[in-house]
Design a protein around this ligand. Structure first.
Ligand code: PMP
Length: 291
């Protein structure tokens, strides 16, 4: 059966889910979104994703036409209509249809879309053997241009970095800020472990504050490890004992090589492996029930 997609107040089959070519989300990347997962018939940290969505919308002065509770109901209903237990959910609020100019005041009605589909999993090898990454020339957009804390529909900055990665044969890359500090991947946050200390870049540097990042910080606390929020350099990455990336799709991915420097022993580290296990356990028991 064709998937049912929520668009502007109703559910329609995928082939009929269409957005205007005058939508400023399409014309200018003017809008916000969320990528969410459901595990075992529960939506993982839905409240946090909704909070981030509404904060992103506030930052770009976009009025979401649904209350958070209504949005939650739409997400759950979309999953139920599609009979999904484990899923990837994409929530989009765009500025809506306007004219060809930039002026958002010409867009009277924001467009809300909720897509729920099967999740495309990473290759299991990545978790067993770890991933190699490189740093790329394209810098993460600066906080005073378009703060990466806003999860906006304009992902061209990340896409350029992604292209630079795959041209060299790397599926994920590390993005630096204009000062050369390592910020995050194109769709994941970074952590490193050095002599038992766990460090991740602070939000003020201009990263997307990942929901997975927050979950991992809590899980580490439960394991007796406090995370420090400190700017990190490429050197810190090269000489770390362990490095891992976190994200909704990626979960917790060990990084074993960066810019051709072997990290630690060149295999997923002990803390990273224990954390991934704790994370997977947590996904199975927490979240908003769908049914
Ligand atoms: N950084 C960027 C740039 C991202 O796009 C994402 C994915 N949304 C993340 C980090 C990880 O965030 P989350 O854990 O909420 O998926």
């Amino acid at each position: 059966m064709e998937r049912l997609i929520y668009i502007d107040g109703r559910h329609v089959p995928k082939s009929e889910a269409k957005v205007s070519v005058f939508d400023h989300g399409f014309l200018y990347g003017d809008g916000v979104f969320e990528g969410i997962r459901a595990y075992n018939s529960r939506v993982f940290h839905l409240d946090e994703h909704l909070e981030r969505l509404y904060q992103s919308a506030k930052a770009i002065m976009l009025e979401v036409p649904l209350e958070p509770k209504e949005m939650e109901a739409v997400v759950l209903e979309t999953l139920r209509l599609n009979n999904l237990k484990d899923a990837y959910i994409r929530l989009i609020v765009s500025r809506g249809a306007g004219d060809l100019g930039l002026d958002p005041r010409k867009c009277p009605k924001p467009c809300v879309v909720v897509i729920a589909d099967d999740i495309v999993l990473y290759d299991p090898q990545v978790y067993q053997k770890g991933m190699a990454v490189i740093t790329v020339p394209t810098r993460r957009v600066s906080v005073d241009s378009l703060n990466p804390r806003v999860k906006s529909l304009n992902y061209l900055n990340n896409i350029l970095a992604k292209i630079e990665g795959y041209l060299q044969g790397y599926p994920e890359v590390l993005m630096l800020n204009p000062e050369g500090y390592v910020l995050e991947g194109t769709g994941d946050n970074i952590f490193l472990v050095k002599r038992g200390r766990v460090i991740t870049p602070p939000a003020y540097q201009g990263i997307l504050e990942g929901i997975t990042r927050a979950v991992v910080i809590d899980l580490l606390k439960e394991m007796g490890v406090e995370v420090e929020f400190t700017p990190i350099t490429r050197h810190d990455v090269y000489v770390a004992d362990e490095v891992f990336l976190t994200g909704t799709a990626a979960e917790v991915v060990p990084v074993v090589n960066a810019d051709s420097r072997v990290i630690g022993e060149g295999v997923p580290g002990d803390l990273t492996r224990r954390l991934l296990e704790a994370f997977r356990d947590h996904t199975q028991v927490s979240g908003t029930p769908i049914y």
